[in-house]
Design a protein around this ligand. Structure first.
Ligand SMILES: [Zn+2]
Length: 322
């Protein structure tokens, strides 16, 4: 009787585990990044993102990495964006497909599909990529699909399917353009809520200087982690005021309104850096090879940064030999 009872409990627990498998993932605990590869095998690949951008290892290629050509980024089309809380981040869908990038070492033209953010609970973390071990409080990704394919869904798992532009944020002046998005957070507090907003020229969200950037081949940073992304991470940061970051940390929830439970803030929605393996990191300008950020990083919290790098190195070696 007792054994049967125990078996029933175990069986019911297994049902919970198996029924939660599939398309459910989080940034922490048993469904967090360390476990993604169990349900999504691509997440265990050798061309994963994000990575730590180590400037001493970059290959500078100015001829190949010419300035990216942005088309339509300066226009505010008289159309609308769809701002959505998808339970993992705040994402802004670009409904019209008039913004494109080409050049800058990209073989094709890529069409802007959406942009979204990754942020941390404190100023010391939040970005997905890091620069010489240093993380930033937030990172924005503008996701593009290859125009050669019909749409984002068809492109998403092709090796040349996506091009993502990544931008680091730093604490600084009030950012009125990002505020246009923050103003709508109250309308999308809960998972699966969305709202139509006036379009914002993407140029207004990006830094002024876009010629200095890093380039590598990687993946989606969320399941299913397809290795389909040509990554471009810009050196110049975007400023945002501390109180604006607090809005990201405290007004967007990961749970559904119908859950009825206590609202849980979306925060620390970033994947840890992945192993570089045999990939190369390229840079568009010689100044990026000996970036001053490296000096700043060593001066501030050198032991923390160093211990992170050593840890990452050993994890990569370990995962390679096992
Ligand atoms: Zn992202």
């Amino acid at each position: 009787m007792t054994i049967l009872y125990l078996l029933c409990i175990i069986a019911s627990q297994l049902t919970v585990v198996f029924s939660s498998a599939g398309n459910v993932w989080t940034y922490k605990d048993s469904l967090g990044p360390d476990h993604w590869h169990l349900d999504y095998p691509h997440c265990g690949g050798i061309r994963q993102s994000p990575i730590d951008l180590q400037t001493r290892d970059v290959v500078v290629d100015q001829a190949y990495l010419s300035p990216i050509i942005f088309s339509g980024y300066d226009r505010a089309p008289k159309l609308f964006y769809t701002l959505e809380n998808n339970g993992h981040t705040v994402q802004c869908g670009l409904n019209d497909k008039t913004m494109e990038i080409s050049g800058g070492g990209l073989r094709d033209t890529y069409v802007a599909e959406q942009f979204h953010f990754h942020w941390g609970a404190t100023d010391e973390r939040g970005s997905e990529h890091s620069l010489n071990g240093k993380h930033f409080p937030m990172e924005m990704h503008i996701v593009h699909y290859n125009k050669r394919y019909e749409n984002f869904s068809i492109s998403v798992d092709k090796s040349d399917g996506l091009a993502v532009l990544g931008f680091f944020f730093e604490i600084g002046r009030f950012n009125k353009h990002v505020q246009e998005i923050i103003d709508h957070f109250v309308e999308i507090q809960y998972k699966n809520e969305n709202i139509t907003i006036n379009s914002i020229p993407l140029n207004d969200l990006m830094p002024a200087r876009l010629t200095n950037y890093f380039r590598y081949i990687g993946s989606l940073t969320t399941p299913p982690c397809y290795e389909s992304v040509t990554w471009t991470i810009f050196n110049e940061t975007i400023e945002i005021a501390e109180e604006q970051l607090v809005q990201f940390r405290t007004t967007i929830f990961e749970n559904d309104k119908s859950d009825g439970g206590l609202p849980m803030d979306i925060t620390d929605d970033y994947r840890p850096v992945q192993c570089m393996f045999r990939r190369r990191l390229y840079a568009s300008h010689p100044s990026l090879k000996y970036n001053m950020e490296a000096g700043k990083t060593i001066n501030s919290g050198a032991s923390y940064v160093l211990s992170r790098l050593v840890f990452t190195y050993f994890v990569c070696v370990w995962s390679f030999v096992t």
